[in-house]
Design a protein around this ligand. Structure first.
Ligand SMILES: [Mg+2]
Ligand SMILES: [Zn+2]
Length: 162
């Protein structure tokens, strides 16, 4: 069973612009592509799981969200060699959905897509406690708070694998 690497997007893989709606503003954070590319080549199944409540709040249109996603996936693929699969929650906090983190729904959707359960060697990385809560609720054995240092996150996950 291959472990999953679940990744938050905004302020974890790309610079946070708050309700991102402009594809031209997408900028990868330093070290993210190298770290994720290496972990993917070491056997992690990588899935991006991201709350985008700007859609429910009316700050972002679905088309804008799709354009930002496309630009992000393209930039990340060029930089890392990995074509990311992404799951988004477009609901707002009042919608009562089961996919908005800290709920684990997005991670479970990804696991259904890949057809494998989320084993204890799976990892979640994000910049907010709600990212890590979602990872724990989904069954990840390691959750790592991203504090701006991708080489440190990478080392922590490599150590866990050893
Ligand atoms: Mg974030
Ligand atoms: Zn949702």
């Amino acid at each position: 069973m291959t472990p999953y690497l679940f990744l938050d997007r905004d302020a974890t893989l790309i610079r946070d612009t708050v309700y991102p709606r402009d594809p031209a503003a997408v900028e990868l954070l330093p070290g993210a592509a190298d770290a994720v590319g290496d972990l993917a080549r070491r056997g992690f199944t990588v899935a991006v799981v991201s709350n985008q409540s700007g859609v429910a709040r009316g700050f972002i249109t679905p088309d804008e969200a799709a354009a930002v996603d496309a630009r992000f996936v393209e930039l990340f693929a060029v930089a890392s060699g990995v074509t990311l699969a992404c799951w988004y929650c477009f609901h707002g906090p009042a919608d009562g959905c089961d996919c908005r983190k800290p709920k684990p729904g997005l991670l479970l959707q990804a696991a259904r897509h890949f057809g494998q359960p989320i084993g204890p060697r799976s990892v979640t990385v994000g910049d907010k406690p709600s990212d890590l809560d979602a990872g724990r609720a989904a069954g990840c054995g390691l959750t790592v708070l991203f504090e701006g240092d991708w080489p440190a996150v990478h080392a922590r996950i490599r150590e866990r694998l050893a």
